[in-house]
Design a binder for this molecule. Structure first.
Ligand code: FAD
Length: 476
């Protein structure tokens, strides 16, 4: 698809809509909007960045962009790992960062109403102050925005018990790609009123509309929690234990995370963090959080799970009994993605999800397939309780050029995705498809589902203006 360039007249019009201070054109100011956390290999410079302060400006922008045939890419905090906020065809980046107010915490309906750029953990903290709980919790919770969590259907560490972001969204307000206002869902809790455009918008990666307001479900805050860190001398034992623990204990954790020994060592060294217990012997860890109504119930859950882990070959079970101990352990887990994205120039954060019963086989087959790729290190950490174990491909030797890396990473990831798909999985559990996984999505889904998605895109966005060529290529 060919697009028109942003002209001096367009910039003038953008300044009229957004105000002088909200239109950026200088290279050093727009460069940070050219990539996300997936790395610079997918970098594309925008021609101009605009910062929206209200939905009217966004509606006017979309009308202008359609008239001038200029692409628009919405952008949240830029923490995405699929390059879905990268302005592939240049054009206009629509930065949401200024629309960042929590508009309402409605304790009667148990919902929060937010502007799009509320940082997710700010919301979690604000509702916690009222004894409430928002269950969405990606590991990027301190930086990513609530609307982006919605359009990426973000997962995170609490999915095993509470589900992905989709499970918590009750309503959205959006501006359509053609500049119309859409109100989807609301504070109500049920709806069977035609096709659910609300559900379609969730996970649409900024291709079907621009979210200007989000209504999320809140719950009463859980009583008490405890974290268990369980080291295993052997990678396979940890993976097998993870598949069996819920079945054998009938205990549902809030969190069941996996960390391989390499990732733990890299992260503690790179960020100079205190070592985890048994770090010299452990090749893998499971990290659990349990919630209970009171301490007695919690102790019972921890005892049951700890004993089951020991029966399945764990080296030991460490109970983080204080907030400081918990934070120390979680700091290592939450810093892992930052370690791989900042330490290595080339990395690909894989995101395959398989049924929990297939995780062990998926990992074993993946390790097997990877043997033929020289200079490419494979590490694993992630949300093993959801079967969403992130295989991370790292150029540890730094020997690949950008071009070579893209080729080899795409090929290796393609193979891993096919393996996942054959085991009943899918190519992305939470990061989305964006730019890097388009080919493998088509290969694993087949042409017909992609053709339906293209048809939907065409209905919402007849001129292909909003975030074009993400998820699938429009003209392929
Ligand atoms: C350290 C780290 C840890 C992470 N951990 C997790 C994790 O546990 N789980 C998980 O799911 N992801 C995780 N991610 C990925 C990322 O944080 C999520 O995808 C997150 O939802 C992106 O939010 P963002 O605000 O940074 O959005 P961006 O990266 O800026 O954009 C993401 C997508 O949202 C679109 N978008 C942004 N705002 C709007 C809007 N208002 N309307 C429509 N479209 C919009 C963009 O066009 C793009 O398609 C992690 C990333 C990092 C760097």
């Amino acid at each position: 698809m060919e697009y028109n360039k942003v002209t001096a007249e367009t910039i003038e019009e953008l300044r009229r809509i957004f105000g002088e201070r909200n239109v950026l054109t200088e290279v050093e100011k727009i460069e940070p909007y050219s990539h996300d956390e997936s790395g610079t290999q997918f970098k594309h410079m925008p021609e101009v960045v605009v910062k929206a302060e209200n939905e009217d400006q966004i509606a006017q922008l979309m009308k202008l962009a359609n008239r001038e045939h200029i692409p628009v890419t919405p952008r949240g905090a830029g923490s995405g790992l699929a390059a879905s906020a990268v302005p592939l065809h240049g054009g206009i980046v629509l930065a949401m960062e200024k629309m960042n107010r929590i508009l309402e915490i409605d304790e009667v309906n148990m919902v929060a109403v937010c502007e799009p750029a509320v940082v997710t953990n700010d919301l979690c903290r604000a509702v916690a102050d009222k004894g409430l709980f928002y269950a969405g919790y990606p590991m990027s919770v301190e930086e990513s925005y609530i609307a982006s969590n919605v359009v990426t259907n973000a997962g995170g560490s609490k999915v095993v018990k509470y589900g992905s972001t989709r499970s918590h969204v009750l309503g959205l307000e959006c501006i359509s790609p053609t500049g119309e206002k859409l109100v989807l869902g609301g504070k109500r809790r049920k709806e069977t009123s035609g096709y659910s455009l609300l559900q379609l918008m969730i996970g649409s990666e900024g291709t079907l509309g621009i979210v200007t307001k989000v209504i999320v479900n809140l719950m009463p805050a859980p009583g008490v929690t405890v974290d268990l860190l369980v080291p295993f001398a052997n990678f396979d034992d940890a993976v097998k234990a993870s598949s069996n623990i819920i079945r054998t204990t009938k205990v549902y954790p809030v969190t069941m995370e996996f960390m391989d020994g390499f990732s733990v060592r890299e992260t503690t060294e790179y960020f100079n963090l205190p070592s985890l217990p048994a770090q010299d012997k452990a090749e893998a860890y499971l990290l659990f959080t349990f919630e209970g109504k009171n301490q007695e119930e919690l102790d019972e859950l921890a005892e049951k799970a700890g004993t089951a882990c020991l029966d399945m070959g764990a080296l030991d079970v460490f109970v983080a009994s204080t907030k400081t101990e918990s934070e120390k352990v979680w700091k290592v887990r939450t810093s892992m993605p930052d370690c791989v994205t900042t330490k290595y120039r080339h990395m690909l954060a894989g995101d395959v999800v398989v049924p929990r019963s297939e995780v062990a086989e998926f990992i074993a087959k993946t390790q097997d397939v990877m043997k033929k790729y020289t200079g490419l290190k494979l590490t694993f950490f992630g949300h093993i309780g959801d079967g969403n174990i992130h295989p991370n491909f790292l150029d540890t030797l730094g020997e690949y050029t950008d071009e070579e890396w893209l080729k080899v990473a795409e090929q290796a990831y393609g193979e891993v995705c096919m393996l996942g798909s054959q085991l009943g999985g899918t190519v992305s559990g939470e990061h989305g498809i964006g730019l890097g996984k388009k080919t493998v999505l088509r290969q694993t889904l087949g042409e017909y589902p992609i053709s339906l998605m293209k048809g939907i895109k065409k209905v919402f966005d007849p001129n292909s203006i909003l975030n074009p060529d993400k998820i699938f290529d429009l003209e392929q």
